[in-house]
Design a protein around this ligand. Sequence first.
Ligand code: CMX
Length: 434
Amino acid sequence: MATLQSKLEELVPQWRETRSKLLKDKGNKVIGEVTVEQAFGGMRSVKGMICDTSVVDPGSGVSFRGKPLLDIQDLYPEQTFCLLLTGEVFPMDSDVIKNYQREMDRRAQVPDYVFNILEAMPSGSHPMTMLSTAILAMQKESTFAAEYATGKMRKQDYWLYTLDDSLNLLAKVPGIAAAIYRLVYDKGGYINWTAGLDYGANYANMLGLPDPTGTFADLMRLYLHFHSDHEAGNVSANTCHTVGSALSDAYYSVSAGLNGLAGPLHGLANQECIAWVLELNEKYNGTPTEDQIRDMAFETLRAGQVIPGYGHAVLRVTDPRFTGFNTFGRKHFPEDPVFKTVDNVFKVVPKVLEAYSAERVKEGRGAIANFWPNVDAGSGALLYHYGLTEQSYYTVLFSVSRSMGMLSQLIWNRAVGTALTRPKSVSMKYVADM
Ligand code: CMX
């Protein structure tokens, strides 16, 4: 019977052969150069990594293994993870997916000590701190670390043990994340994983929100699919990769990546976006007019703050993930007041940012590179509609999804044998003397 592991056993030798051939034939080709501006500017656009799971095109957004996101938006999360790893879309009734789901069922039980740790954390701990801590606490479960410690693990088998750790982590993360939700926001007892239920529906079910129409489970599937991967250079993926390159196991690496996702310029932006939208609704007693949105947008900018959910380090168009979420909202609840505001903000804010950017340029400050919404601009309104109103939880949802991307990249890097990350830095004096 075909499984994800057996598929990878076929693919890994091919990837290694490709890597060797590329190194031999193209090893001395230049793929990028770095200016002083880029070195000070967060290495924006510096090409210095290889990643096959996904590519972000500035003009069209993310594609997973060459497939544009909106062409594959109906995939279930278990299909997403297998696609990121193998490049193949396996039908839900295929052996690979059925086997993967059985692995999730078999591994989903969260150890009791994780709940004890979560319950012992001080009240007021951010849900992201709790998630990262819970994952780190499970590091002792790592089969990679245990096998490495024996001194007998062969380098070519690193990926196999990383796959084992990854399946274990992916199976447990929704249960941990749902427990954090129920604990922090006083929602009652924990809800167990249900064997036989798909990944997205399981997470929705464990959160425990009412879902009479089943569309909240649909949203969770879409949410987990959309946020899963965004190539290798973003803060969470890049951090996970760097930590993993030291052969730290998947628990150390993912926990580290999530600490980056918890930053307001990255994953925490979804929390800030919905807060901004709710502030608008409150200030104007309901869905604001376009003029009112314009006023508040300028007010935010003049106060020296960013408009959350707009702009992107790579994208120069509306993020297709925003488009997908917006389509979901328009289909299921176009009249929802929070969704309507998000929809109207989309009509106004890009023009405001464009005007503000022109002002900045006149004043000698740099332009804003992208005026369009990113993934975080719209997702919160959809969650809000279903009663998931606790904004400080939103980045945890992102994390459950992004774990798939970080882990698929970690497995891939172990499989092809990517080396320890160690770029070179230079001093200010070095630049001054150039
Ligand atoms: N509102 C106001 N100013 C913005 C802006 C926005 N939405 N987006 C960019 N700018 C500003 C930057 O702050 C920067 O100003 P300074 O030079 O004064 O520091 C200037 O425009 C140039 O930035 P940029 O080249 O356009 O964008 P960066 O690649 O530096 O930053 C990002 C990208 C996402 C951090 C930025 O657009 C931003 O802060 N957006 C709002 C926060 C957000 O939505 N983050 C989520 C991103 C998605 C994710 O990774 O999860």
